[in-house]
Design a protein around this ligand. Structure first.
Ligand code: ADP
Ligand code: MG
Ligand code: ZN
Length: 418
C-alpha cells in the first residue's frame, strides 16, 4: 500500500519518485521533528515542506525572502489544486484581509509570508488561532550575516520555536558551507534539527574559465559555439557586475544576431516581469543580468551561465552557475576574468558596511579570484568549499588543460602583457 507522502507526490505533484533525501526529510517532518535541509538549487527543496503540508492537518507557514518567489510558488500550487496563499506587502489590504479570513476558516493549506509579517503583531496573533502543521524557512542562509543574501528580518525568526514550540520547523538552503549551516542552526534556534545534506556536485555542468582579452568577441564566440553543438539556439544567462553593463552587453549580443534581454533591479516591475516571461517562454533567449535575476527562476533548459565579471563569492558563483542544466542535460558554466576584476577587489561594494563585514567580503572575493587563477580541477575546488572531497572531474577546463598553477599576481601580469 502506498504511504500518504507517496500518494501526495504522485496524485498532487505528478511525480513518480522522490529525489535524494526528500522522502527521509518528509517522514522526519511528518513525525514532528525539526530539520535543516542543504540541497543545491534545483534539488527539490520545496517538496520537502509541500508534501508534509498536505499530509498533515492544519496550515503550513512558509517564510520566503522574495515576494516574486512567493507569488510564483502560490500560482504553481493553485494550478495543482492546492489551497495556497500569500500575505505580503505587494497585495492590497483587501486581498490580505481575504487571505486572513480564508486562513481563519481553515481554507489555506500552505501560507507564504515574508519574514517581516512574522515579526509584526498581526500575523502571529492570527496564527495563534489556527492549527499549524509546520514552519518552513526557505532560503535560510538569509539569516547568515556574512553571507551574500543577508536579511536582518530573518534574525527575528528564532521566535517561532519559542512561541510555537510544538510546531516542527524546517530550514532550507542551497548555500551551505559548514559555517553557514552552523550559523543557521544557532540563529534560528534549531539545536535539535537533523541535518540533511546532499552532494552539491552538478555532474552535468562543465566549468570553464578563460582570461579576458576582448570580452565581446569571447562571449559571442562562446555562445555561438554552444549553439553550434545543440540543435536549437540555447537559452542562457550572462551575469554582469553593473546595470549599465547588462544593457551594453545585451545590445552587443543583439548586434551579433542573438536574442538578448537586459535585466536589473533598476527596471520597473512590469518590465522585469515581461522580460522574465520572455526568457522563460522563448527558446534561445539570453538574459544579460545582474544578480537581481535568478532566485526562483525555474527554467530547466538553461544551457549556459556566463560570467563576464567575477562574482563576489564562491557561494554566489555556485548559485548562479547552478541555474544552468537543471534538466540534467549538459550545460556549461563559463567565466571570463581579467585585470578589471582584480582591480575591483580593493573597491568595497557598499560603503555602509561594518569593518568586519567588509573584511569578510574582501576575503570571499579574494577566494574567488584565487579560484579563477588556480589550475586545480574547478569542480574539486568548488566542492571543497562546501566541505566535499572528490577526485578531479576530468572535464573542466583545468582537467582538460592540465596547466601548472599560477597565483593571482602572475595571472594579472600575464593579462597585462597580453
Ligand atoms: P530548489 O528549491 O531546491 O531549488 P525546487 O523545489 O524548486 O528546487 O525544485 C526544482 C525542480 O525539480 C522543480 O521543477 C520540481 O518540480 C522538480 N522536482 C522536485 N522534486 C522532484 C521529484 N521528486 N520528481 C520530479 N521532479 C521533481
Ligand atoms: Mg527553492
Ligand atoms: Zn575538473
Amino acid at each position: 500500500i502506498e504511504d500518504p507522502a507517496s500518494r501526495v507526490l504522485s496524485q498532487v505533484f505528478g511525480h513518480v519518485s522522490f529525489r535524494g533525501p526528500q522522502q527521509t526529510v518528509i517522514e522526519h517532518v511528518i513525525a514532528g521533528f525539526d530539520a535543516l535541509v542543504l540541497m543545491p538549487t534545483g534539488g527539490g527543496k520545496s517538496l520537502c515542506y509541500q508534501v508534509p503540508a498536505l499530509v498533515l492537518d492544519g496550515v503550513a507557514v512558509v517564510v520566503s525572502p522574495l515576494i516574486a518567489l512567493m507569488h510564483q510558488q502560490v500560482e504553481h500550487l493553485l494550478r495543482l489544486g492546492v489551497p495556497a496563499a500569500s500575505l505580503d506587502s505587494s497585495q492590497s489590504g483587501q486581498d490580505n484581509f481575504q487571505t486572513e479570513q480564508a486562513l481563519l476558516r481553515g481554507d489555506v493549506k500552505i501560507l507564504y509570508v515574508s519574514p517581516e509579517r512574522l515579526s509584526g503583531q498581526r500575523l502571529p496573533g492570527l496564527l495563534d488561532r489556527v492549527q499549524l502543521s509546520l514552519f518552513a524557512i526557505d532560503e535560510a542562509h538569509c539569516v547568515s550575516q556574512w553571507g551574500h543574501d543577508f536579511r536582518p528580518e530573518y534574525m527575528t525568526l528564532s521566535m517561532l520555536g519559542r512561541r510555537w514550540p510544538d510546531v516542527p520547523r524546517l530550514a532550507l538552503t542551497a548555500s551551505a558551507t559548514e559555517a553557514t549551516a552552523q550559523e543557521i542552526i544557532a540563529r534560528l534556534g534549531l539545536p535539535e534539527a537533523r541535518v540533511f545534506r546532499t552532494s552539491f556536485d552538478r555532474p552535468n555542468l562543465d566549468y570553464r574559465i578563460v582570461a579576458k582579452d576582448d570580452v565581446r568577441r569571447q562571449l559571442v564566440r562562446f555562445i555561438q559555439e554552444i549553439n553550434h553543438t545543440g540543435h536549437d539556439p540555447a537559452s542562457g544567462i550572462v551575469y554582469c557586475a553593473s546595470r549599465a553593463r547588462t544593457e551594453q552587453i545585451a545590445s552587443w549580443l543583439r548586434d551579433s544576431g542573438l536574442t538578448a534581454l537586459a535585466y536589473h533591479a533598476g527596471l520597473d516591475n512590469a518590465d522585469r516581469q515581461t522580460r522574465q516571461r520572455q526568457f522563460i517562454s522563448q527558446p534561445g533567449c539570453v538574459m544579460v543580468a545582474t544578480i537581481a535575476f535568478g532566485m526562483g527562476i525555474d527554467k530547466p533548459d538553461v544551457r549556459f551561465v556566463a560570467h563576464v565579471d567575477v562574482p563576489r563569492s564562491m557561494e554566489g558563483y555556485f548559485q548562479e552557475t547552478g541555474r544552468a542544466g537543471r534538466d540534467g542535460q549538459a550545460a556549461v558554466a563559463w567565466m571570463c576574468w581579467g585585470l578589471d576584476d582584480v582591480a575591483r577587489a580593493s573597491r568595497p561594494s557598499d560603503q555602509q558596511q561594518s569593518q568586519q563585514r567588509l573584511l569578510v567580503q574582501q576575503q570571499a572575493y579574494e577566494e574567488m579570484l584565487a579560484f579563477c587563477a588556480s589550475s586545480t580541477c574547478r569542480r574539486q575546488t568548488l566542492l571543497a568549499h562546501f566541505g566535499e572531497a572528490i577526485a578531479p572531474c576530468g572535464h573542466c577546463d583545468n582537467c582538460l588543460a592540465g596547466s601548472p598553477d599560477m597565483d593571482v599576481t602572475i595571472a594579472a601580469q600575464k593579462l597585462l602583457s597580453a
